[in-house]
Design a protein around this ligand. Structure first.
Ligand SMILES: [Zn+2]
Length: 240
């Protein structure tokens, strides 16, 4: 999935659960940020491509890393009120000044709310794994398997149903966002509907187009029926 889609998956997950009503916009923001954070393992691209190919979808896209990330991010954001401080700086700028009344710094802290912060950050980070397993590959791209059990196991998982960069999921989330701005009272229902439609879209795309974007090499080796997507689990050699 693209960064935009990951972020809105996290945001709509929090909204669909109705947590914004109890915990406010800061938890929604945390859900969005945590949902994109596992892609930190793509940063080695800035140094050299070999390291990027070895680490992307591995170092950050595994259960252990997501738990560590969720615990760390949730704790730092909660106890240091990162989103509150950042929002305060943003609203100090001219065009956003009218939002200042909605921004307040956290003055009351509780262990239970801290747990909620860590739990939401962890779950949001974990959404990267199934999302990237089903949205993968595409024109000129091979399916890029994940190793969710790394470093304990190098077993790879990929089930490419929609090609990476396909605009369908983005369009659904973008329409949902516009509706949520227009109809703030229906935010939760719109978020839940958007998540349902995204899941439906992915299934419909896969069944309609039969994952025709897949690379021939992967299919010829792993699948007897090249017309249907299937879960690929293999102990393959690392990517170079
Ligand atoms: Zn990812």
């Amino acid at each position: 999935m693209t960064t935009f889609e990951h972020a809105l998956l996290g945001v709509n997950g929090v909204l669909a659960c109705g947590l914004h009503r109890r915990f406010g916009w800061k938890l929604v923001a945390l859900g969005g940020v945590a949902a994109i954070m596992p892609d930190w393992d793509g940063l080695p691209m800035l140094i050299d491509m070999a390291r990027f190919e070895a680490g992307h979808r591995v170092w950050g896209h595994n259960v252990l890393a997501c738990f560590l990330l969720g615990g760390l991010l949730g704790s730092i954001d909660y106890w240091f009120d990162l989103s509150g401080h950042l929002a305060q700086r943003l609203v100090a700028m001219g065009p956003l000044q009218e939002l200042a009344k909605h921004v307040d710094l956290r003055t009351h802290f509780s262990q239970r709310t801290w747990m909620v912060w860590m739990l939401v950050a962890t779950l949001a980070a974990l959404t990267q794994i199934p999302a990237d397993i089903v949205v993968s590959g595409g024109k000129g791209l091979t399916d890029w398997a994940l190793k969710p059990l790394w470093p304990f196991s190098a077993r790879e998982f990929v089930y490419a149903m929609v090609p990476w960069g396909n605009v369908g999921v983005t369009v659904i989330f973008a329409i949902a966002m516009l509706l949520q701005i227009k109809l703030p009272d229906k935010t939760q229902q719109i978020a839940a509907s958007a998540l349902f439609l995204v899941a439906l879209y992915i299934v419909l795309w896969a069944t309609t187009f039969n994952s025709g974007h897949r690379s021939a090499t992967q299919f010829s080796q792993r699948n007897n029926s090249p017309q249907r997507p299937r879960l690929i689990m293999l102990n393959s050699t690392p990517l170079y």
